[in-house]
Design a protein around this ligand. Structure first.
Ligand code: ATP
Ligand code: ATP
Ligand code: MG
Ligand code: MG
Lengths: 259, 259
């Protein structure tokens, strides 16, 4: 697995934040040191690890992106309750970042220096993004080596894939030639239904071998965990959701070795 | 019911588009003339009624919002396959609208003249919005009389309510004093689970009598319908999803009479 991964899909509610938290926690469970970066003004990632309302010494990701000088790592990182899992937190002021960045010359690559520095200290950097293809998501795609695309097996989620793929190719062509699609993850999957099986088939045809073997089932324990500020592995270790995310982490680590 | 309703919630995947399509189709079933307006660059509303890729004579909502003169109604409206249901379509170029509008003096009220004209011809105008609180959603909130908030009974969806409520109050204070919260709709609800019941309880405590009595159950026929370009009422009239949306339309019409 490449060190820096952006979790992106402009379709809302497909499991971006849930995947960021639970993949990160599973990698920590497998003895990796992980940094989570919250690039969504909803700040669900920050609250999902029990850090709602918390700031780092230098502030949140808003200050990180709008700083004049490249920001020192320690100023923008806080610990979470999970060993080996750190966080660059966000809050709702991040909504204003897009308007602040619009007129800056390097508006798409404000995050890159921070992620480059973070790679030296962490085994993995995982960036959560908002449900849009605006400047915040572009900053994540420019800073990352890979993009992981969560996707529900539903028709409306399928519609946005072409646009997302176009955006990734545009970023590769103009801003970040290293960027590649790390994988497509089927989430909240109910493969017993016709719709689920049909859409899963279309996704595998569109993305071919990039679809992870691991499929995340719909599991209410996954949806309950954020209200306790915990990854599902810490909330209910034996649940189908926790087992699936650990299997995903193992699949990704094995592929990275092969990369 | 007030004539113009914005369907908004910055949380992704809570059923905004699904509610716009199926509430509109249910109102048509009850002999009302309805205009749907697609303000989301994902254009799921446009494809959900079988009009993907279609433009009106004057173009899509992008041209409507960036036009120098107030746009004539007929230039931006197309029929759908459903009697009495018309559409102002969108396409992905709408992503660029936010950057185009940023420097205009009346950037939040570019949609208002169009909706004002539309009210004279239609009984209801329903506006779908993207999962963000940016300029496109602000235009919908300024043009509308009411905002309808779809919400899944999950913890992460609960988190964004305060921010959405703050935005609505800010719009009322500075841009549209008429705007009020028309109602909160519980969608994809599974009230058999603890999480579902717990969150529903918290929503009713937060919004009190504004939560609709009608609750939309999770129903796979609702998720299948958009792949056929049809509202669920036309796709499977007897399904639990179709019945629930017709009940919602009746509840809204009855309340309107009382308003
Ligand atoms: N495997 C799962 N089983 C059950 N519920 C899930 C699962 N994965 C995610 N959820 C729930 O589905 C909802 C959407 O997930 P999440 O918020 O992670 O999506 P997102 O793509 O980050 O949304 P947004 O587009 O708003 O950022 C949340 O309430 C979450 O708890
Ligand atoms: N009652 C329901 N039962 C089953 N599936 C549903 C129901 N309502 C919506 N869905 C499905 O859930 C997904 C999310 O719904 P939808 O796209 O309408 O949400 P949205 O809030 O408009 O999303 P976005 O934030 O991306 O605009 C879709 O795949 C839709 O088909
Ligand atoms: Mg999210
Ligand atoms: Mg939508």
């Amino acid at each position: 697995m490449q060190p820096a991964v952006a979790i992106a899909n402009q379709k809302g509610g497909v499991g971006k934040t849930t995947t960021a938290i639970n993949l990160a926690a599973s990698l920590c469970h497998l003895r990796r040191r992980v940094l989570l970066v919250d690039l969504d003004p909803q700040a669900n990632l920050t609250s999902g690890v029990g850090r709602a309302g918390c700031e780092a010494p230098g502030g949140t990701v808003f200050e990180l992106l709008t700083a004049d000088e490249p920001p020192p790592l320690d100023e923008f990182i806080i610990p979470t309750g999970i060993p080996d899992l750190s966080l660059a937190p966000a809050d709702r002021h991040l909504t204003g970042a897009e308007l602040e960045l619009v007129d800056l010359p390097d508006r798409e690559s404000r995050l890159s220096p921070f992620v480059r520095a973070a790679r030296r200290r962490f085994d993995h950097v995982i960036i959560d993004t908002p449900p849009s293809l605006g400047l915040l998501t572009l900053n994540a795609l420019v800073a990352a080596d890979e993009v992981l695309i969560p996707l529900t097996c539903e028709y409306l989620a399928l519609e946005g894939l072409t646009e997302l793929n176009n955006t990734v190719q545009r970023v590769r062509a103009h801003l970040n030639p290293e960027l590649k699609i790390g994988g497509v993850l089927l989430t909240m999957a109910d493969l017993r239904s016709n719709l689920g099986r049909q859409v899963a088939g279309e996704v595998r045809a569109f993305f071919d071998d990039k679809v992870f073997d691991t499929v995340i089932p719909r599991n209410v324990r996954v949806a309950e965990a954020p209200s306790h500020g915990l990854p599902v592995l810490a909330y209910d270790r034996g649940s189908r959701g926790a087992t699936a995310y650990v299997a995903l982490a193992r699949e990704i680590l094995a592929a990275g070795v092969a990369a």
